[in-house]
Each structure stands twice: as C-alpha cells, then as structure tokens.
Design a protein around this ligand. Sequence first.
Ligand SMILES: [Zn+2]
Length: 433
Amino acid sequence: MWPRLKNRVMPWVVRSVVALTVASLFWWVPARVEMTSFIMMERTEQLERVDNGIFYSTPWRVIYALKYERLTQREVEKLADNMQHLDCVATDSGVPNIVLIIGESHNKHHSAIYGYSLPTTPWQNEMAEQGLMVAMRDAVTPWNVTSSVFKEMMSTHSCDQHGQWTDGVLFPALMRKAGYRVGFITNQFYKTNRQTSANYNGSFFLNNQPFDSLCFDYRNVKHYLYDIGMLKEMESQSQNKSFVMLHLMGQHQPYDERLTKQGHIFSTKDIKRKDLSEDERRVVADYDNATWENDRVLKAVYDRYKSREAVIIYVADHGEEVYDGKIGMFGRNHMAEPTLEIMWAEFEVPMEVFVTPALKKNRPWILAALKEAENTPFAIDDMPHLIMRLGGVQTKYYDKERDLLSPNFQVRQRPVKGGVATYEEIMKKKERK
Ligand SMILES: [Zn+2]
C-alpha cells in the first residue's frame, strides 16, 4: 500500500516544490536586484536616493552604512588631493562684504517678486523698485535635494562638465585664501557628523577637519527656532573683507513651524483655489506665510550691511510643490523621471542680488552687469564663479564663461538630477498650460 501511495504522491510533491521555487524566484530575484544595485553605485548623491524601504533588516542597513562611509571617504580623499595646493591671488578690486544666503524649499512662483498674486515678498519688491535689487528670471538648480545642491554649489566643478563635484575645489577656501574672513552660519547642518545621521549627507565634506579649516574662519554651533535668530551668529563686520554664507531653514516643511507671531498674514480665505480642500488651502496659506517670513529675514540681513559696501546674493537650494499642478501634493517629488511640472515647481529657483547704496555708487558696473544678465539662463552650480568675480579672486579655478557678470558668459544646457536629462530638454517637450 505505502509504496503505491508514495509513487502517486511523490511526483506531486516534487512538482509543487519546483513550482513554488520558480514562483518565489520571480519575487525574490527582483527584490534582491533592487537591494544590491546600490553596491555598484559610485556617487553619494545616487546612494542617497536609494529607497530606504528596501532595507528592512539590520544586516542590510549595516551594509548600506558601510557603503556610504566608503563612498564619502573616497570623495573626501579626492577633494583633499585637489585642494592640497590652492593657487589663488588676492586683488584689491574685491567687494569688501559679500553674503551668500542659501534659502530652502523656495518655490519662486509663490513669490510676488516673481509674479505671485499675494504680496508674499513686500520688501524684495520694494528693493527692486528702488533699484537696489535684481531678480534673476531664469535660474535653475541641478537637484531638488539639499545635500546634492550643496556639493555642486560649493565646488568649482559644474554639472555639465565631465566628472563629478569632487573634481573641483571648494570655493570658500579660495575666498579665504584671497583674504576674506569666511563664515558659515547654517540653521540646518551641525558642525559635527555625530549629532545627527540625517545631517551626515548634507555636510560630511564640510565637517571634515582639513576642509573645515581651509574653508571657514568661523561657524555657528547653535541652531535657532526661526531663521531670524541666526543673525546673532553673524560677526560685527569689523574686518576689511568678509564673505558669509548664511544657510536658512527657509520654507522647509512643516510650513507652520516657520511662522513667528507676526507671520500669520494670509489665511485660507486668501487662497482662491476651489479645486483644493480647506486643509489643502491651509497648507498653501502656511507656505505663503513662510515666504513672507523669509522676506523679513532677507531684510534683516540687508539692514546689517546697508551702511557698508556690500553685495548680498539670495538663492534657494531648490523649489517645492505647493499643490500647484496636476501633481496634487506639497513637499518634493523624487520620481526618477522629472517632468515639466516638477521642473517648474522644484528646479526653477529664486535668485536675487541686492546691493547697498555705497556699492551702487562706487561700483556701478555690478548693477549694470546684473541688469544685463537678468534674463540669462543660469545654473546655480556656477555660483562660485560669480562670487569669485565679485571678490576679485584671481585663480585658475575661475572660469569667465561661467561668471554671470562676465561679457564672456556662455549659455549652456543645464543638467538635472545627475544628468538624467537637461532642464531645456524637459521644458521643450511641451509648454506649461
Ligand atoms: Zn533643501
């Protein structure tokens, strides 16, 4: 009896095991391919975009961390090689005070200065009317991720060039070598990698001891609930030449947390969007209020310099979705294929250059060159060349074809998201309705 039963049952057992094995391979193999693909990655900005959800177990998290550590180490070593002997000459022609304010998650289309219907930027509009500010109309960021933008904007290498950001040098070190006292005041990054893991991505290269010493004379150790508090960290500006990078929390979500007591200017009644729910209109109103708060911060910084000869550049690291298009969301969308709508909301960025009355009087060429460049397509990873020009820095790393103020500036295609496409290619597909 048993042998007969065995002969009948066993083939079915074998078939079932084979069928289950084949079926499970269809699930198992793609899952493993996705999990292991990051091992082949060569750049930290790629690694940062890996979907964290697939690392559900401790061993995979450890492997990921080791990979990340190895890549950051490699990038830091490459930069260190490049920065061993910085060639740089100071000249007397530099603007004495230069400030680079780096905003956060600023959708320019929610700024009145760029045509938004609500008065979210009263001070910026006033400055433009007085002829003390030029708003660049066509500035684009290469990434919609803070840390990646930082790498590209701090490096003299640009995204449309062969190689990667570590093939350049960090331009604050050149400013310092040219005699500027350089400060970095950030309301996001910490001065040490140990304080937070999320911060590691953003500033690992700035916290590396040799680069920290090469680039900066001083940094802040405290963070502030509101960006306006960071002004306490700015020095009294007694130096002859000063370059300060001020990195804001800006309009980072949650938007209502950016609002001081004065900051509740707009309410849901002001958001004339019948297609949105009350909650969604609340989000938009909070965002617009955060943009209004940002305007106050820019004014406060300017006021500290207005009696001096100074240029203050404001640029956002990237934009933000605020329920504007069909995408129907707020925050940022990190889908692999960036669309025209994502370009509009997240990659077009505000870039404004403010000058003080003393600068306007003593160096009229700067304002004239800014007005000339107002509508010129500009990629913000070329920022180092503009700032080095303002600083009168003479170095082989300065490229006049990337300097927005130079008559030799060359308009280029602007790669986004590590070169998956250019802004121009995406915008060509169809005009926004
Ligand atoms: Zn950001």
